[in-house]
Ligand binder design. Structure first.
Ligand code: AMP
Length: 196
């Protein structure tokens, strides 16, 4: 079904894993700005080269670059009926840019799911991911910095979406399938229904 959704939560909360599962279940694309930036890095594009230092340090890539990238991605045909954003927006400026982009097409967000996970748990998860996937920004010091950046720049967005009545808080700790069930149940109460 058509839905414009956002998964928000600290690094390591399981957003990427859940985004893929929900995207399949709903038939809408999961759009991860982190994945798109990593692809640019691999391909050594101009954008990738500009983003690299920020990503390596665990800092946010500047809003102007990120907003342009998302505007481009959301203009592609597969995103017209809906999408699930993972890792964007991450700053108040990005919320504003997304609002404007959607409003220009007469649309707005339908729901925002916060995946709740304690810092200690996510640090452990990311240590494991560093061993499995070798992501350079999963180094422990960088992870701690990413958590600080999240707390300072991204956590305030939760209140913004809550005030709009869009927020569903979901416990992100547990088996992957169990967390997916929780998200689906939270979305169902907002009229976003999954096929059985
Ligand atoms: P992620 O895969 O979401 O953890 O993102 C990895 C890195 O990509 C982040 O630490 C940032 O450097 C960059 N990044 C991803 N999404 C954004 C965003 N919305 N705004 C700024 N930087 C981002």
């Amino acid at each position: 079904m058509s839905a414009r959704l956002l998964l928000i939560g600290p690094p390591g909360a399981g957003k990427g894993t859940q985004a893929h599962r929900l995207s399949t279940a709903l038939g809408i694309p999961a759009i991860s700005t982190g994945d798109i930036f990593r692809e640019h890095l691999r391909n050594e594009t101009e954008l990738g080269l500009k983003a690299k230092a920020y990503m390596d340090a665990g800092d946010n890539v500047p809003d102007s670059l990120t907003n342009d990238l998302v505007a481009d991605r959301l203009s592609q045909p597969d995103a017209t009926a809906g999408f699930l954003l993972d890792g964007y927006p991450r700053t108040i400026d990005q919320v504003r840019a997304l609002d404007e982009l959607l409003a220009a097409g007469g649309a707005s967000m339908d729901a925002v799911v916060e995946l709740v996970a304690e810092p200690d748990v996510v640090v452990e998860r990311l240590k494991k991911r560093a061993l499995e996937q070798g992501r350079s920004d999963d180094d422990e010091a960088v992870v701690r910095h990413r958590l600080e950046v999240y707390a300072q720049q991204t956590a305030p967005l939760i209140g913004v979406y809550d005030e709009r009545g869009l927020l569903a808080k979901v416990d992100g700790i547990g088996e992957v399938a169990e967390v997916t069930d929780r998200i689906e149940a939270a979305l169902a109460t907002r009229g976003i229904v999954f096929a059985a």
